[in-house]
Ligand binder design. Sequence first.
Ligand code: MN
Length: 497
Amino acid sequence: MNKQGYQFWFFVGSQDLYGEGCLRHVAEHARVMVEAINASQDLPYPLLYKPVLITGDMIRRMFQEAGEDPSCAGIITWMHTFSPAKSWIAGLKANTKPLLHLHTQYNEAIPYDQIDMDFMNENQSAHGGREYGHMVTRMGLFRKVIAGHWKNPQVRQRLAAWMRTAVGIVESSRLKVMRVADNMRNVAVTEGDKVEAQLKFGWQVDAWPVTELAAAVADVSEADTRQLVEEYYNSYDILLDGRDQEDFRRHVAVQAQIELGFERFLQEKDYHAIVTHFDDLGTLKQLPGLAIQRLMMKGYGFGAEGDWKTAAMVRLMKQMTRDIKGARGTSMLEDYTYHLVPGEEGILQAHMLEICPSLADDKPAIRCQPLSMGNREDPARLVFTSKTGPGVAVSLIDLGTRFRLIIAEVDCRQVPRPMPKLPVATVFWTPKPDFTTGVEAWILAGGAHHTAFSYDLTVEQMVDWGEHMGIEALVIDRDTRLTRFKQEILLGQAVYR
Ligand code: MN
């Protein structure tokens, strides 16, 4: 879904004091850099080379053009020479796109034998980049700064990672979440100010009656349903757990029909994320399990029990990780059960049903088991264990007057033995820096029990997303110490109101 081909505009700053020859070199260097970087395929999206910017009018016009182009996902600025920063004010004021300051230089080494004043004037990023950076800071604008030579693999890696964050920012501004039911009664963390979410993040969060969704599901033909069931049986293992084969297939078909009905409804109404609630299902025969897992796999965001904030974050994180080669997976998760044996501590992550199979470490299996909640027939769901390795779990909470994004670095591990009686997908992780600190910090920060999780994103990317949105981004990672973390919470209370 969403085949939007994004591009990033490359703005090179200079001025007209150095003469035509110098400006020709500046333009030529920028062109060489853009072509080489694009050819390397180190970045997930192409750079678009733009004319060298030397006057305030030109700079303002270029930012405005970028703002009007929906395929522009961000602007990368680089000061090749000195570029007086007052000429950037109008442009920066007009800017609506994610902004990065690539603080680099065309040449890697100082050419000791040849360097003269002409060379210095032509290659003075150290000088021009500071003038420009000063202005962006003075204007209080959020931008990412990446310093280093443009051929350096680490610089390219960080640039690639930021591009994904920028896509998360741009996608946020057009995100639509479909609420099929209200939040689960009495639950606090799934609530939130939807008006403020639209102001801050751009999210449109709409309620739809479950009756309309159920009607869309009922409209799905038997033939279409049968075809999708075939696809399921070809793609996944089947664990009958002693059930009758035909009865099992009938249960699976209910989910296939829900998947098709929901997907058609979401497409028709142009929504990118969905929430459900086990207690408000209308005429749906089962809580959507397998159906939601499949929709998440296709790129839709999901939050359970009406959790629209998590649904939106899952969607954005899926867009940020789109088309990563060897992507390891992104899903909603829920903190469920602890393992507290000293030296082995961790948290078992799961949900009633709805974990995205992108996390699976092997071929998922379909099982059909009773649900202890709600009053519907036993839902079919995909069961699997998940990959091991590092990941990032985020929780967006509403503190009443503002949002806070909590970003935790976690280490996903294998449980020592299988859990044959557990009919849901699981992940097992230990938070950083260690179980006790990580869990205590999460609780003190007010983190929810639902998270949006990805193996394919970093703390830095999520912090950049939060900072761009102008909200507090609290990090729990390998460097977290509780005494300092408490001070960070206090500081955040003073800064963000
Ligand atoms: Mn839940």
